[in-house]
Design a protein around this ligand. Structure first.
Ligand SMILES: CC(C)(COP(=O)(O)OP(=O)(O)OC[C@H]1O[C@@H](n2cnc3c(N)ncnc32)[C@H](O)[C@@H]1OP(=O)(O)O)[C@@H](O)C(=O)NCCC(=O)NCCS
Length: 178
């Protein structure tokens, strides 16, 4: 049975191993900083309480307008679903969708009204997370070419499709919550 729960420091090596296989060697290196940060969150799919089969990473942001402008006193906040992965042998069993749904529920609890989803579109034109996002009500807004190019050069990670540098495109999705 699958349980979706918050990641703990003990899960880090398994999360990194899934990330290396599915998202690219070296992509998710600064994960311990993410776990320690109050605005960043990682949920894991725990299979029978003994194996982590997938994860989702999202963060929340807030801007408080200061000073003496027309926006002063207003606060804007949102959340970004940054990335997710499920181990190859567990894909297409609904675990990715469960991770997404739990992430959305936990964001809703923080009274955030807008969620941005970043989806990886590889040079073959595949966007693996497109169906799960659309099923949950996200709408595609735009594409950003070479989204991971700079990151891949700076952090020297290898995209599983293009190697280094990464030439993949990001598709940006939005979900408005009421
Ligand atoms: C994307 C991913 C997280 C989805 O996890 P999952 O557990 O397989 O997801 P689910 O079983 O809930 O849903 C699978 C859906 O994705 C679709 N899908 C999976 N791979 C796909 C592909 N290569 N092309 C198109 N659709 C694909 C399936 O058709 C299915 O859609 P459906 O429910 O409408 O039939 C997983 O495939 C994965 O880790 N892929 C490699 C890494 C990746 O692309 N991560 C996303 C980065 S933003």
């Amino acid at each position: 049975m699958i349980k979706i729960r918050k990641a703990t420091p003990e899960d880090l090596h398994l999360i990194i191993s899934i990330s290396n296989d599915e998202l690219g060697q070296g992509y998710f290196e600064d994960i311990s900083k993410i776990i320690a940060d109050n605005y960043s969150h990682i949920l894991v799919a725990d299979y029978n309480e003994k194996e982590i089969v997938g994860f989702i990473y999202f963060y929340t942001w807030a801007t408080q307008f200061e000073g003496n402008s027309v926006q002063s006193g207003f606060k804007q906040q949102g959340a970004v679903l940054k990335t997710m992965a499920v181990s190859a042998k567990y894909q297409n069993k609904g675990y990715g969708s469960q991770l997404l749904k739990h992430a959305i529920d936990s964001i809703k609890n923080q009274e955030i009204k807008n969620i941005t989803g970043v989806a990886w579109k590889n040079p073959k034109g595949q966007t693996n997370v497109e169906h799960p996002l659309l099923k949950l009500g996200f709408k595609k807004e735009r594409e950003i070419e070479n989204f991971w190019y700079k990151d891949s050069v700076e952090k020297e990670f290898d995209c599983p499709i293009c190697g280094n540098p990464c030439l993949c495109t990001a598709e940006i999705y939005q979900l408005h919550l009421d």
